[in-house]
Design a protein. Structure first.
Lengths: 103, 163
């Protein structure tokens, strides 16, 4: 059976699930950001696969993927800046210890 | 086409194993390195989908930029010794991820996709450029993305600046 759209979509779903598990279950804030990057990459694979197999001559899916990459870069920069700022103030980046806003 | 199939399977297995290593390795620095491997295999997946420009962008932005940022954050926060333990929601998170995977997999395997048989474009760069910047394209989102990047850079500088 040759590789088709379903293979890419299943790969994308598997990567997204791994990222989802890591983002929900990990304590370290940097690891949570890494798992979010995995999830964004999984969505990008799905976008490009749809673009390749459903409308191969219209590149809208790839353009959406480019915008997702832009937003992911901005998100990584701001997220890691927040992590470093929290580490400076509180000496920890464990998400279970950062509970200042929890009543 | 058989070469593309073999490349897809190798890249998919490497990508999934690298993503699992990101989640399950104890050492944060090692999981950052396997995250780079995962990004590289995703770039290879783009090449098998004949998205050459996007594969190059993936290597430039993710492998070259975001991974350096992440490693810098790991170095600055000195969390390598403490590892990356799980919180007490590990089992519910695992169940949520498995249920999500089951639902999404069931849905997308049972959807009759309207596949096109047209051949993919040989070189995508010029077409992406005319789509992004040309007439009736995505020029407004491009400008908004530039503003977003500027705002993100300024926000990151303000957040990490010494008082």
């Amino acid at each position: 059976m040759s590789v088709g759209l379903e293979h890419y979509l299943v790969l994308s779903a598997v990567l997204f699930s791994i990222g989802l598990y890591g983002a929900l279950a990990k304590k370290n804030a940097v690891v949570i950001l890494m798992c979010i990057e995995i999830m964004l990459n999984a969505v990008n694979i799905a976008m490009v696969a749809f673009s390749r197999y459903i409308v191969p001559t219209v590149l809208t899916g790839q353009i959406f993927a480019i915008f997702i990459i832009v937003v992911a870069a901005a998100e990584a920069a701001v997220g890691l800046a927040i992590v470093i700022s929290i580490y400076r103030n509180r000496e920890t980046i464990e998400s279970t210890d950062i509970d200042l806003m929890k009543w | 086409m058989i070469g593309f199939d073999v490349a897809f399977w190798i890249l998919a297995i490497i990508g999934v194993i690298a993503a699992l290593m990101v989640v399950f390795l104890r050492n944060v620095f090692r999981s950052a390195l396997s995250l780079i491997l995962c990004f590289l295999s995703v770039a290879g997946i783009y090449f098998t989908l004949s998205a050459d420009f996007l594969g190059a962008v993936q290597i430039l932005v993710y492998v070259g930029g975001i991974s350096v940022l992440i490693i810098l954050a790991i170095m600055l926060t000195r969390e390598v010794q403490r590892g990356s333990p799980s919180n007490k929601l590990r089992i519910p998170a695992f169940i949520v991820a498995i249920v999500f995977l089951g639902v999404v997999g069931y849905t997308l395997l049972n959807t009759p996709w309207q596949l096109s048989t047209a051949a993919p474009l040989e070189h995508t760069t010029a077409n992406i450029a005319s789509k992004l910047l040309g007439e009736g394209g995505f020029i407004l989102p491009v400008e908004i993305a530039a503003t977003l990047l500027l705002a993100a850079i300024l926000g990151a500088i303000v957040l990490v600046r010494e008082k």
